[in-house]
Write a protein that binds this ligand. Structure first.
Ligand code: UDP
Ligand code: MG
Length: 320
């Protein structure tokens, strides 16, 4: 029997949280009844300003009273709104399960899929990540920006981040242990999980509209998430000035030759013009290249301070 933790980050979800709890509980009790699992549900209250926390506390009390005094609900309440990725990290830190499933609080990801995820775990997979084959009830703006984001991410990062995956996934204990050892602060969990490696598989599902309430990912938070993805997994942005500088330097060199020839053959050329132009262009190029080189060093310092482990051992397949 596998002990499973379900981690649910919640930010101002008073309109859905009861219903979500009901659905998750039903699914898990059924699996427990079939003697497949025992479980806990870890709710992370991410500094909600509505009555989410009170409702979670009621859910906790009710579940204590009804389920033979067995404690199946855990509440981790963060001191303020730290954001989805940090809330999820906190939940993964506190979850005790041999398998940990993270799911959104708004029932966009169907809890029924969790059983299939657990089947994959039995087959020896460490990560089973949900991939949306369709996204119902989302605005065209969200759909387009999400699509663009994933295409760009694939192009410029050195990490194979699966298209259309979200934060609905199952992790084995050892995958979570490795994840918990990652110390970087600006987290893009969708990138960190593939980065870990181990045995991973997608599972496809249809994403429903939100059960109730509105999205807790306004444009500002989406941009922050996109930046964490791009900058955390790619040196391209910081190297950009180097590329730009090199191109400018080459063009200013060619232009310089042209100006020299022009003023040599044309007696009406303004005096002093050529030296000023060539100097400005050349200095510009040199400056950008220097910034690029500085950037390269900063990128490496950045890698060092992230303190990601150098390697991760697949202990299941190693022999000591
Ligand atoms: N969430 C959170 N902290 C935040 C924003 C969101 O814990 O600052 C939670 C939210 O309660 C939900 C999940 O993260 O469980 C995903 O958020 P949402 O459904 O609003 O995002 P969307 O599906 O619109 O991208
Ligand atoms: Mg949602």
């Amino acid at each position: 029997m596998t002990f499973v933790s379900i981690v649910v980050p919640c930010y101002n979800e008073e309109l859905v949280i009861r219903h979500t709890h009901q659905k998750i509980l039903e699914t898990m009790l059924k699996l427990e009844h079939e003697k497949k699992v025992s479980f806990e549900i870890v709710y992370v209250n991410d500094g909600s300003s509505d009555s989410t926390l009170t409702m979670l506390q009621n859910i906790y009390q009710e579940s204590l009273n009804s389920l033979n005094k067995e404690n199946k609900v855990v509440i981790i309440s963060l001191a303020k709104n730290f954001g989805h990725q940090v809330a999820l990290t906190a939940g993964l830190n506190y979850a005790k399960g041999a398998a940990i499933i993270s799911i959104d609080a708004d029932l966009q990801d169907p809890p029924e899929i969790m059983e299939k995820m657990l089947n994959y775990l039995e087959q020896g997979f460490d990560v089973v990540y949900g991939v949306r084959i369709s996204r119902e009830g989302e605005t065209w703006f969200k759909l387009i920006t999400a699509k663009l984001f994933y295409i760009l991410l694939k192009k410029i990062t050195n990490c194979d981040i699966p298209l259309n995956s979200g934060d609905f996934r199952l992790l084995s204990r050892r995958a979570v242990d490795v994840f918990n050892s990652l110390q970087e602060r600006n987290r893009f969990i969708r990138g960190l999980i593939p980065w870990i490696g181990l045995k991973q598989t997608p599972i496809y599902y249809e994403r429903h509209p939100r059960f109730a309430g509105t999205t807790k990912y306004p444009l500002r938070k989406m941009i922050k998430l996109a930046f964490d993805g791009f900058i955390g997994f790619s040196h391209f942005p910081i190297k950009f000035s180097f590329y730009l500088g090199s191109v400018t330097a080459i063009f200013s060199f060619l232009y310089g030759i042209y100006i020299l020839l022009y003023s040599y053959f044309n007696e009406y050329a303004i005096r002093g013009w050529k030296s000023i132009m060539v100097t400005i262009l050349f200095i510009g190029g040199v400056q950008l290249i220097s910034i690029g080189i500085l950037g390269e060093y900063i990128a490496r310092i950045y890698d060092e301070v992230k303190k990601r482990p150098l390697f991760i051992i697949d202990d299941k397949n190693s022999r000591f």
